[in-house]
Design a protein around this ligand. Structure first.
Ligand code: ADP
Ligand code: MG
Length: 250
C-alpha cells in the first residue's frame, strides 16, 4: 500500500458558473485522522464526495492507493466505495426498514455476505458503535445521536480501509459530541483505518485530529498538526476560529 491513501492535485469544481474548488492539493496519509475545516459553503462536503466518486472534479487528479480514480466509470467506482465508507451529515436511514436491514444495506448491495455471517457482521458493527442489540428497532424511534451511530455502523459493516465523516457532531449535544468523537478515535484504533472528517466544530477537530487541513477560498490554505496550526496559522484561519466559536449556521 502507498503511504498516502489519497492524493489530490489541482482539484477544481464549479457549479453553475460558481467556482467552489480552485486548485485543491491534499495528501491523506494512511491511518491518520485528517480533519477538513472551513466555513459553511467552502466546499468540504463537495471534496469528501469526490473521494468516493459522487461528484466529479472539473480538473485535477485524484489518486486512491496510488491509482488514478477521477477518470473511473461509475461501475469502477463501486470497487473504491467498497473500501471507503462514508457517514453523511444526515444519516440517510430508511425508516421503512429495521436498524438491522439499514446496517446490512451496503453488504447486500455489494453481495458481501449472506445468512448467519451477515447477521453476525451487523451485530458486531452495532456493538462497535456502542449500540449492541438494537437490530429490531425502527430508525424513527432513535435519538439523533443514535441515528448518527447507526449510519456509522452501516459504514463499519463493510470493513472499510477508510471512513469519511461529514459533520459527525453537527446538531448533537455536548455529551454526544464527545461520544461520537471518542467513537471515531476508537474505531480508528480498533480497525486501523484512515479517518477523514469534515467539521466546523473546532474543538472536536483539535481534540481528535493528527492533522487539520483548512479549506479557504477554494484551496487548502494550510495543513498540519493541531499544534503546528496553532503556532503558525494564517490570518484567514484566525478569523475562522473566531467565527467558529459562535457556531456558523448551515
Ligand atoms: P460545506 O460542506 O463546506 O458547507 P459544500 O461542499 O456543501 O460546503 O458546498 C460548497 C458550495 O457548492 C455551496 O455553494 C453549494 O451550494 C455548492 N454545491 C454543492 N453541491 C452542489 C450541487 N450538487 N449542485 C450545485 N451546487 C452545489
Ligand atoms: Mg458540508
Amino acid at each position: 500500500m502507498s503511504a498516502n491513501l489519497f492524493e489530490l492535485r489541482g482539484i477544481e469544481k464549479s457549479f453553475d458558473g460558481l467556482s467552489v474548488l480552485k486548485g485543491v492539493d491534499l495528501d491523506i496519509h494512511c491511518q491518520e485522522v485528517l480533519t477538513l475545516i472551513g466555513l459553511s459553503g467552502s466546499g468540504k462536503s463537495v471534496l469528501l464526495k469526490m473521494l468516493i466518486g459522487l461528484i466529479r472534479p472539473d480538473a485535477g487528479t485524484i489518486r486512491f492507493d496510488g491509482e488514478r480514480v477521477e477518470t473511473l466509470s461509475e461501475k469502477e467506482w463501486f470497487a473504491v466505495r467498497k473500501r471507503v465508507g462514508i457517514s453523511f451529515q444526515e444519516p440517510a436511514l430508511f425508516d421503512s426498514m429495521s436498524v438491522e436491514d439499514n446496517v446490512a444495506y451496503g453488504l447486500r448491495e455489494h453481495d458481501q455476505l449472506a445468512g448467519g455471517e451477515l447477521t453476525t457482521r451487523v451485530s458486531d458493527s452495532l456493538t462497535q458503535v456502542g449500540l449492541p442489540g438494537i437490530e429490531a428497532m425502527a430508525p424513527a424511534s432513535l435519538s439523533g445521536g443514535m441515528r448518527k451511530r447507526v449510519g456509522i455502523a452501516r459504514a463499519v459493516a463493510m470493513r472499510p480501509e477508510a471512513l469519511i465523516y461529514d459533520e459527525p457532531t453537527e446538531g448533537l449535544d455536548p455529551i454526544n459530541v464527545t461520544r461520537v468523537s471518542n467513537l471515531m478515535l476508537g474505531l480508528r484504533s480498533a480497525l486501523d483505518i484512515t479517518t477523514i472528517v469534515a467539521t466546523h466544530n473546532m474543538k472536536a477537530a483539535f481534540d481528535t485530529s493528527d492533522r487539520i487541513a483548512f479549506l479557504h477560498e477554494g484551496k487548502i490554505a494550510c495543513a498540519g498538526s493541531p499544534d503546528a496550526l496553532i503556532a503558525k496559522h494564517p490570518q484567514a484561519m484566525a478569523s475562522f476560529v473566531e467565527k467558529a466559536t459562535f457556531r456558523i449556521p448551515e
